[in-house]
Design a protein around this ligand. Structure first.
Ligand code: ADP
Ligand code: MG
Length: 236
């Protein structure tokens, strides 16, 4: 199967600090792939290399058959990457519906905005909050709204950096169910995640980073069963 995203030997250092060392990553169309690892492993740096926020010192990144290693972030978005960063950045003074409206307008040639708004509100479970200022939504609801705004671009790949950060257990579970529903509808997803029970809930395949390097990769069942992975998580 042809990969949707493939990173080869990607590296990034800050000063003398090698945050990402020779990392390979492959995302297959239709999968939920989680990039995991303990704090400081280099996950967020790798994520930022994929979205074009950082430039790699070495290596190559292909997306949808094109070399995007040096492409600007907006060019990656135009090619079909949609990004949700860790902190919610919804327009707090606009209603939930208007936030989705603004996001839907970013995609040229849409003539079904009202119908898409309804579809997204229902998918996100935010129908009853449509008129509410987004700043008054709970933290979890703001994160869902932002996932909705990322979906408004009809991406080929949805990239999520710690989608459950700061969420309650119940919100975390609901976020997992939302992500699985998107995947059932055909969305390919890469999530950077720290919370292993969440990863267990959603992931098909996992890449584990540790100290800037790929430590392990494979199917979720195999990663869960790998004692070496449990050990780095426990800081042994
Ligand atoms: P993770 O997301 O897995 O917790 P990060 O990618 O955020 O890991 O960080 C990996 C390492 O790189 C850490 O030691 C961190 O301090 C360092 N680092 C990350 N971003 C920067 C930066 N912009 N400048 C300097 N050091 C950084
Ligand atoms: Mg991080």
């Amino acid at each position: 199967m042809t990969a949707l995203l493939r990173a080869y030997g990607v590296s990034k250092q800050f000063g003398g600090m090698k945050a990402v060392k020779n990392v390979d990553l492959e995302i297959i169309p239709g999968e939920i792939h989680c990039l995991i690892g303990p704090n400081g492993a280099g996950k967020s740096t790798m994520f930022k290399l994929i979205i074009g926020y950082h430039q790699p010192d070495g290596g190559k990144i292909d997306f949808d058959g094109t070399d995007i290693t040096r492409a600007k972030s907006f060019a990656r978005v135009q090619r079909g990457m949609s990004i949700k960063l860790q902190k919610p950045s919804v327009f707090k003074e606009l209603s939930t519906r208007l936030n989705l409206h603004v996001a839907l307008q970013q995609k040229a040639g849409r003539n079904d905005i009202a119908a898409e708004e309804e579809k997204l509100l229902s998918l996100l479970g935010l129908e009853t909050h449509a008129q509410k200022d987004a700043g008054l939504l709970s933290h979890g609801q703001q994160q869902w709204l932002e996932i909705g705004m990322a979906l408004a671009l009809s991406p080929k790949l949805l990239l999520l950096d710690e989608p459950t950060a700061g969420m309650s257990e119940e919100e975390t579970f609901r976020t997992g169910e939302l992500i699985k529903r998107l995947n059932d509808d055909g969305m390919t997803i890469l999530a950077v995640e720290h919370d292993m029970s969440f990863v267990r809930q959603i992931a098909h395949n996992v890449t584990v980073m540790h100290l800037g390097e790929v430590f392990a990769r494979g199917k979720i069942e195999d990663i869960i069963a790998d004692e070496r992975v449990a050990e780095i998580y426990l800081g042994k």
